[in-house]
Design a protein around this ligand. Structure first.
Ligand code: NAP
Length: 249
């Protein structure tokens, strides 16, 4: 049977970690990158290898095109295929816009948006070698539903990913490559740590599920979107937010 490879950015923790494990359980070889968490990345690598597939781990900053190019070239040299790219690496800086500086804008855009640019730019030539391959970008429900103050720049960076996804899906469709974007709601990862408990509770209570989501609930849907069963889904924004339809502003 043909071996497929999934490349996941931000695979050391949270949703990215779960993605590495889930794709591995589905039989994909894994390549993932992270920026700082050496120990956690080592743990993910061990867990992936236990499932019986191979794992390439890179300390690679998605903001830096030269690092990304080197990683992608190395993956292809070693495995001769890249079938799935998940642009998952992201950062959130919480604070009212009034207190934000240009550096905050640059930090969030460089990781959340330019990171996806760098990976897409370098991976697309490899993805195009075979029809049926796909890209998933990880946006946020914040791009769609303004949930109180404190996240305007983050929301802007994640909204840009949605526009990027839609248009790229049209451009790559003739090559048989699908591009979709997921917009997770509040998911129980380190990313939520800067948000105080009271604020978090007041947000969760306005979902129909009345709880935080789990990284697994996002990973399961992303894996589905890359599967043969989802070949008719392209250019879509899939909101996975525990029923955020009831959010009140
Ligand atoms: P997380 O637990 O904070 O993990 C973030 C991951 O991204 C880590 O592996 C981190 O690596 C990596 N990363 C950050 N900057 C990077 C860079 N410059 N280069 C390479 N890797 C980098 O976050 P998460 O909650 O799993 O979030 C994953 C994605 O989901 C993000 O795009 C986030 O915006 C989105 N999202 C999350 C939520 C939520 O409620 N958690 C909601 C909506 C959307 P290190 O470990 O080395 O730092």
């Amino acid at each position: 049977m043909e071996t497929k490879l999934a490349l996941i950015t931000g695979g050391s923790r949270g949703i990215g970690r779960e993605l590495c494990l889930k794709f591995a359980q589905k039989g994909y070889d894994i390549a993932f990158c992270y920026r700082t968490s050496d120990e956690k990345a080592q743990e993910v690598e061990s867990e992936v290898i236990k499932t019986g597939v191979s794992c390439l781990k890179y300390k690679c900053d998605v903001r830096i095109l030269s690092e990304v190019s080197e990683m992608v070239r190395d993956i292809f040299e070693k495995k001769q295929t890249i079938n799935v790219l998940v642009n998952n690496a992201g950062i959130l800086k919480v604070g009212a816009f009034a207190g934000m500086q240009k550096q905050d804008w640059e930090d969030m855009f460089e990781t959340n948006l330019y990171g996806a640019f760098n990976l897409s730019k370098t991976c697309i030539p490899y993805l195009m070698k075979k029809k049926g391959n796909s890209i998933i970008n990880v946006s946020s429900f914040m791009a769609i539903r303004p949930l109180g103050p404190a996240q305007a720049i983050y929301a802007a960076s994640k909204a840009a990913l949605i526009g990027f996804t839609r248009t790229l899906s049209k451009e790559l469709a003739p090559a048989g490559i699908r591009v979709n974007v997921v917009a997770p709601g509040l998911i129980d990862t380190d990313m939520l740590k800067p948000i105080d408990e009271k604020t978090l509770k007041s947000m969760v209570v306005n979902t129909t599920s009345k709880r935080l989501g789990t990284p697994k609930e996002i990973a399961d849907n992303i894996v589905y979107l890359t599967s043969d069963e989802a070949q008719f889904i392209n250019g879509q924004t899939i909101v996975i937010d525990g029923g955020g339809v009831t959010y009140q502003f």
